[in-house]
Design a binder for this molecule. Structure first.
Ligand SMILES: Cc1ncc(COP(=O)(O)O)c(C=O)c1O
Length: 362
């Protein structure tokens, strides 16, 4: 059977190893996953509302996410008709490409950055133009120089994954000014809640510019990764187009209810952020003591320059029930990424790292 020839050039996205898979493979019962930038806390505050919703699961969800959309619009001080929801913010990347890409269009991505941009852009037949990071950060001047008449979308992960670096308000303002109005700027803010105070207020830019979409997610600071829900904030025109191409029921009932309750609970996110910052300092201290180089992170993960190939380290960690992320898929073969876990998990990770380094020295 004939299939689309673009697919031959695409490697499927390889997510962090699932806990269940490692349990099956190694016959281990205790697994620590510090690989996919999930938070280590269970959002128990949503259980009651979710339980209540279970009695309705024989019915399709509301396609418009009415109640959630209203609540979110109020919180963000934007109009409801400028918000779109996705099955994870991942899905909004796909929906935007489905909305805008035609044959011959170009999409600009940073390299390395979040891999879904380029994988999905290629699936839609776009030409992907890659701009290398500079000192682990987005090189906005380099990106600007790559804009051509064919450029349709520029993807900016801010803060970035896998480096954890971020662009501040001035950098974003200068850049936005210089990008032609017919090029869509996609600001992926999956780690928004973890970012420092001088993080840009991109939602405010939406008032002045019609070529922007900002995406955020309930998967990270809110702890709802398993329910798959994220959102985009843009303008009515773009939101209407995206709503035309989306699946009608892409956000299930449970996710809608959970996200709504999540927006009401400020103390959970605050606790997550404070905890994450404290544990990041723990990791930085430990890495400093071990003489290990790391990239300062505006997120809930840290990328480490191990200065040698991390494949063996990754396998050693797996054998001990510890899942981290080796970054060869991003071309960063000497680096690994570790997500902030509970304090015990973080301690365990550092102990294993010390053991591994000690073994290698013997
Ligand atoms: C930069 C970035 N964008 C988007 C996502 C997707 O998140 P989700 O689809 O769970 O909202 C991730 C997940 O790791 C990410 O790192």
């Amino acid at each position: 059977m004939k299939y689309r020839k673009e697919l031959d050039k695409i490697n499927a996205y390889k997510p962090g190893k699932p806990i269940e898979e490692l349990k099956r493979e190694k016959k281990l019962t205790k697994i620590h996953k510090l690989a996919s930038n999930e938070i280590p806390f269970k959002p128990t505050y949503i259980y009651k509302a979710v339980n209540k919703e279970l009695k309705n699961i024989n019915r399709y969800p509301e396609s418009s996410c009415f109640y959630l959309k209203n609540k979110l619009a109020k919180k963000l001080k934007v109009k409801t008709n400028s918000i779109v929801f996705g099955n994870g913010s991942d899905e909004i990347i796909t929906l935007v490409l489905r909305t805008f890409i035609e044959a011959g269009d170009e999409v600009i991505v940073a390299s390395p950055s979040f891999l879904i941009y380029e994988i999905q852009a290629r699936i839609f037949g776009a030409k992907v133009v890659e701009v290398p990071l500079k000192k682990y950060a987005y090189h906005l001047n380099g990106i600007r120089k790559k804009i051509t008449k064919k450029t349709k979308i520029i993807f900016i992960a801010n803060p970035d994954n896998p480096t954890g670096t971020y662009l501040d308000q001035n950098q974003i303002n200068n850049f936005v000014e210089k990008v032609p109005k017919n090029v869509l700027l996609f600001f992926d803010e999956a780690y928004f809640e973890f970012a420092p105070n001088d993080f840009p207020k991109t939602v405010k830019l939406l008032k002045k510019r019609k070529n922007i979409i900002v995406t955020r997610t309930f998967s990270k600071a809110y702890g709802l990764a398993g329910l798959r829900i994220g959102y985009g904030i843009t303008n009515k025109k773009i939101a209407d187009l995206i709503n035309k191409v989306k699946e009608p029921f892409n956000i299930n009932r449970i996710a809608q209810v959970a996200a709504r309750v999540a927006l009401e609970n400020k103390s959970f996110v605050r606790k997550v952020i404070n905890f994450t910052n404290k544990e990041k300092r723990y990791f930085y201290n430990q890495f400093d003591q071990l003489g290990i180089s790391y990239i300062n992170s505006a997120t809930n993960f840290i990328t480490v320059n191990f200065k040698k190939n991390t494949k063996k380290l990754y396998r050693y960690m797996l054998g001990q029930g510890m899942i981290i992320r080796e970054l060869s898929g991003w071309g960063l073969t000497n680096h690994f990424r570790v997500t902030i876990g509970t304090h015990l998990q973080n301690q365990k990770f550092i102990k294993l790292l010390k053991d591994y380094i000690g073994r290698k020295k013997k």
